[in-house]
Design a protein. Structure first.
Lengths: 197, 197
């Protein structure tokens, strides 16, 4: 049986020996999240400085579908934007966790959801000009809703809506959180094939 | 006639007087791009520190469609990931520019494209947990290709492909640059309505 919870790898990256830009110096800044400030020799011979989040950090995202075929969405306050956005379940992959394990944990913490049917969607890079992070999206099917336990630094509320309504909002641009919106777009075909949408 | 180049605003954000978290201190870090390191009083009374890119910066993205109904894609080297990704045209909005003006400029610089028919797609936030940036995507129709002039710090090549091929790659997860992929998903309906896809 195919392992539907495995993501096609993004790790077949350019081999180090073939990098077109060469690192001259690299400095870790004393902040959380980790930032690197490098000086880089460009392909044309010039130099630049580059501030970025290095590769290694991962996050998981989850489209939770209930046995009734509805989707569990969040309204979450996002401090950098000073506003509340509609989102899917999401959170960082901790040290020692797989993306699937993080997805299980975040589903339980953020919306109190439990699922045994998971489908991996194509992974993606949230902002390749600035961060080396990779995000791992999933669909979780037949999600049972128990009690949730958000972290102190999470301000969120849960809203279960029909799938057609969620996709109407998506197409109308009412889900401007890009990682959530991209996850929903990648989930659409699979939800249609299963007759859920 | 409707102004098809206008984005629905994301600027109706939570009024400052109603912010659930209160800024205690805010420090600008001496780097480019601009970062803020704040101490914040949370809704539950606790405190946290928050490192983020503040609101204000914008970027524009362009799906360039030729008179033959093909799409112009880029292969661009992305230093934070140390790899080359398939992308649409994109770049920062400079001081004094509108998103549409930046879109015109980036289309010309990156692929040598010129267009007089622009359609705005829903704007989005690339990574709301970390950045207050807002991205403004467009479709440019009937794009004529002249000479291009990438910046010294841009390592890219141009590839014109049939629209159906671009969307086959998108659905297969072969366009992992999230802002590019989301722009393509938002463009799909409009391209279908115009009989281009």
């Amino acid at each position: 049986m195919a392992d539907t919870t495995h993501h096609a790898s993004l790790e077949a990256l350019t081999p180090d020996a073939e990098q077109p830009w060469q690192v001259q110096t690299s400095r870790e800044l004393p902040f959380e999240p980790l930032l690197h400030l490098d000086t880089v020799r460009l392909h044309g011979g010039g130099h630049t400085s580059y501030l970025y989040r290095p590769r290694g950090e991962k996050a998981s995202l989850v489209v939770p579908i209930t046995p009734q075929g509805e989707i569990v969405l969040l309204q979450q306050y996002r401090y950098p934007l000073r506003t509340t956005l509609t989102e899917v379940v999401a959170g960082g992959v901790e040290v020692g966790e797989t993306p699937l394990e993080a997805a299980h944990r975040e589903l339980r913490e953020e919306v109190g959801g439990v699922s045994e049917e998971w489908l991996a969607l194509p992974c993606f890079c949230p902002q390749p000009s600035f961060t080396g992070q990779i995000f791992y999206p999933f669909i979780a099917l037949n999600v049972r809703l128990l009690d949730s336990a958000p972290e102190e630094s999470e301000l969120l509320s849960v809203q279960t809506v029909p799938l057609a309504e969620a996709y109407r909002r998506l197409d109308a641009g009412a889900i401007p959180n890009a990682p959530s919106a991209l996850t929903l777009f990648h989930a659409r075909g699979e939800l249609q094939r299963r007759g859920l949408l």
